[in-house]
Write a protein that binds this ligand. Sequence first.
Ligand code: GDP
Ligand code: IMO
Ligand code: MG
Length: 432
Amino acid sequence: MSGVVVVGAQWGDEGKGKLIDVFAEKADMVVRYQGGANAGHTLVVNGQKTVLHLVPSGILRPETTCVIASGVVIDVFSIRDEIRKLKDTGFLQNPKQLLISDTATLILPYHKALDAAREAALSDGKIGTTGKGIGPAYEDRASRRAILFGDLFDKENLKKKLELALTEKNFMLENYYKGSTFKSEDLMKDLFAVAEDLAPYRTKDTSLFISKNLKSGKRVLFEGAQGTMLDILHGTYPFVTSSSTLASNACASAGIGPASVQKVIGVFKAYTTRVGSGPFPTELTDEVGKKLQMDGHEFGSTTGRARRCGWLDLVALKYAIRVNGITNLAMMKLDVLTGHDRIGVCTAYKLNGEVITDLPTSPYELEKVEPVIEWIPGWTQDLSKVKTLSDLPRPTTNYIDYLGSQLGTPIDVISVGPGREQTLWVKPLFNN
Ligand code: GDP
Ligand code: IMO
Ligand code: MG
């Protein structure tokens, strides 16, 4: 069985979308396993940019089947727009290319209203969410009140569930948050219309479909959203998203066993970024951080917010390798590091005067740590046109070798630009 999980090894936006699109050339299927439209995965093909939020990043390859698994939270209006745009630009011409699980959770307008109202109500300690309703939707799933994708196609049941949900949500919105409320009739009308548009993609049992394909030897990629440090259990809680972003959740969400996964690929940038609030030990608020932000175009693809930037954090990356069981790494955006005299790499933290090499699990301790930085000589050459590993200038290979030895995990892919062709392979994804 050939299952490969692609997981973000930092705070998101590592370049998972680009990598999945590149990998999809050799895969039969891409399964998105968690998150919702908080994700923004950018693909650049022949200079044309496509930003995906919910549709898996294999969609630009017509031969690749894309599956949205149970663990995803789906804003049906957002995915309808995404599908329309794809169709208008010549992709997704065959509806069989996209399968949406009946047991995935819906994000409805009241989830977004609650997300916004909660953030607004926090004077201190705002999470800086994307405002896409992610937290409230996952809460409904956990408290067994969620409306599922399959419910869209049973009008009577949908009406019942929606009215029940609105009794509580409207009460909260009106009385606690002093906001506006939603009418069941209006929502029902919109949902009937969207159900018609999305019906061609409805799939009752995506677990069965994925399992059959794995059994028959098909190559399946599992696409994570966000990143390890935003994981609900093992991230920098409470400054996290509301799902399990880890590789292990690919199996739970898809409804397959862990033995189907052969490789776990951790995607990381050659430096670090974070959007939203929360601890970020290697953050640079000076000109160097600004240069990383400008050279890397570090502005969110979902909200347009500026991403905070800093040097690569090996303490956090080693933690990601551990908690995901990462077997191989992909380093993205190496080209962005051009033009620095020296490049910083965080190899340890200082906490209360003591040097530590394991990530503290307390966010309050993580907030207090000081990074211990080692310096690597920089380079001035433009890497974006480099076609083979042997054309990489010496200081860059020194940087790659240094990271490989520090991390003890092979770096199999190096990316030197947003385009498909700007990808250097150290080792192929699949052996045969
Ligand atoms: P994702 O959320 O992990 O899929 O990452 P995003 O798409 O949000 O952010 C990564 C950004 O970097 C996108 O704009 C990509 O087009 C771009 N990108 C990906 N790989 C590279 C690379 O190697 N070099 C450069 N310069 N940009 C890259
Ligand atoms: P991709 O898949 C980067 C961050 C938000 C916020 C926190 C919680 O493109 O890597 P949420 O809306 O999920 O409740 O917000 O998580 N966040 C991301 N940061 N990349 C993402 O996705 C993110 N999705 C959520 O900025 O700090
Ligand atoms: Mg992103």
